[in-house]
Design a protein around this ligand. Sequence first.
Ligand code: UD1
Length: 506
Amino acid sequence: MLSLEQVKQSLERAGQAHVLQFWPELSGLERDAFLQDLSQLDLQRLREHCEGAARAAAAPPGSLDRHIEPVPPESIGSVRRSGSKALTEWEHEGLLQISQNRVGVLLLAGGQGTRLGVQYPKGMYNVGLPSSKTLYQIQAERIHKIQQLADRKYGSKSTVPWYIMTSEFTLAPTEKFFKENHYFGMEPSNIVMFEQRMIPAVTFDGKVILQGKGKLAMAPDGNGGLYQALVDNKVLEDMKKRGVEYLHVYCVDNILVKMADPVFIGFCVSKGADCGAKVVEKACPAEPVGVVCRVRGVSQVVEYSEIQPETAELRGPGGGLVYSAGNICNHFFTRAFLQDVAEKFEGQLKQHVALKKVPFVDSCGNQVKPIKPNGIKMEKFVFDVFPFSRNFVAFEVVREDEFSPLKNAGGAATDTPTTARASLLTQHLRWAAAAGATLCDEHGNTLPAPSASAGDTAPAQWEISPLVSYFGEGLEMLKGRTLQTPLILDEEKAKELRAQQHLCEK
Ligand SMILES: CC(=O)N[C@H]1[C@@H](OP(=O)(O)OP(=O)(O)OC[C@H]2O[C@@H](n3ccc(=O)[nH]c3=O)[C@H](O)[C@@H]2O)O[C@H](CO)[C@@H](O)[C@@H]1O
C-alpha cells in the first residue's frame, strides 16, 4: 500500500487533488480502506485516462457507417445452409478436440446486469423453470454433458475447464453461490474464477467522480477487459498447462447457449480460424445486438449503440436487412491468437464511451442521485480484437435453437425472464416431438405441436435436464410415448423410461 503522501502527489500530478477533499472527515478505518483503493489505481495513467475520457465524450460521435459494408453471405458459415454431412463432420471434429482436452469455455460474468435490475450476478437468476435451475446451473450441466458426449464417442475422460471472468461486483457472490451449490457436481479445480479490472468514472470535465467521501465511483472496464484480465491472472498460462488450444467465450445471459458447441468448434477448427463469432439473423432493425460486418474491408462487429438507425434499417433487393448478421456474443479464439493479443494488441483496443448517471457526493458533501447523465464510463468490447485476426470466420446459427438472452426485467417487450423460459421450454417440446413423443396437459388433452418462435408463453411445463440431452440427442426412450405434463425429464426419469423400453423390447 502506498503512503498518503505518495498518493497525494500522484493525484496532484494527475490533476485529481479533489479526490482527497473529504480526507479530514474520514474515520481511521475509512482512511485505510480508501488508501488501499487508491493504491490499487493505475496512478501513472490516471491523467491520461481522465483527459482521454473527457475528450472522447466531447468529440462528436465518429460514425463508422460511411465505411461499413455487409459480410457477403457466402463467406458466413451457416447451420441452415449446410448439409447434414458437413454438420456431422464439424460436430465430430469438435467432439474430438473436446475428448483430447483441447477445448475450454470462458464465461463473461463481470457485468452489473443493470437492465435486469437485480443486485446479484445474472448467472444466479432463476427464470422460473419447472426445475428452478439458475443460469449458472444450466451452464454447468451443459459442460458436464458435452464432456460425456465426447467421452462416449472417443472413449476418453475429458475435461472442459470453465473460466469465469468476474468483477469486483460479481466475484464474491459468484464464488459463494458455487460453493453453496457444491460446484454443481464439477471438480472445483476445473472452475477458474478471476477478476477483471475496474476503472474510475469521470465527469465531463475530466475529474474522477467521488461516489462517497472516501470512495471513488468505479466500474468494470467492459467485457473487452478480458484480455488484460487474462494477463493479470495468468489465465493463458493455465490454459497452456492444461493443453487447452481453443476457447469458447460467451456471455452469461443467453439461456440457450451451447457451451463448447462441438459444431461451432469443429467448424472454426476445420476452417483454420483463429477467431470466430456466432451470429443469428437480426429480428428487426432496432434489435439491440451488434452486427458482424466489414469496416474498411476488415471484419468486425459494430455495436448496436454505434450504428446509425438509417444504416440498421437498410434493406437489400430481397427485402431482408443488409446488416442482418446479429452478434450473439459467442466467440471462438485459439490460445495462440489470445497470446498475440496479450503481447501485441491489448494496448490498441478501442475505448468506447458510455454516458451514465453516476451517483456522487457534491463539494459540500451531499449525496446526489443525478437525473441525467453526469459521468463517463470507458469500456472495451470483447469483439474489438477481431480486426487483429488472420482468419476470422462467422457462423450463422438458428435463433430458436441458440439465442434467447435475459436482458430486461419482467414487463419489458423482449428478452425477459418470461421470454427466456418460454424459449427453453419450447425447444424441449420440439425435441420431444422430434423424438416421437406426444405430450398432453394435466387433463389428458394433447398439446399442439410447438411453433418455431416461442413468444412469451411457455407451451407446457415440460423440461429436459441438460444432463439428459445437450442438443436433442439421446431421447430415443421417448419414442411412441404419451407423456403427461408437468414433467421434468431428469436423469432418474430418463433411466426409468429407458428401463421400461428395454422390458417392452424383450
Ligand atoms: C460489447 C458486447 O459484447 N456487446 C454484445 C452484448 O451486448 P449487451 O449490451 O447485451 O452486453 P452486456 O452488457 O449484457 O454484456 C455482455 C456480457 O459481458 C459481460 N461483461 C460486461 C461488462 C463488463 O465489464 N464485464 C463483463 O464481463 C456481461 O456480464 C455479459 O455476460 O451481447 C449482445 C448479445 O446478447 C451482442 O449483440 C452485443 O454485441
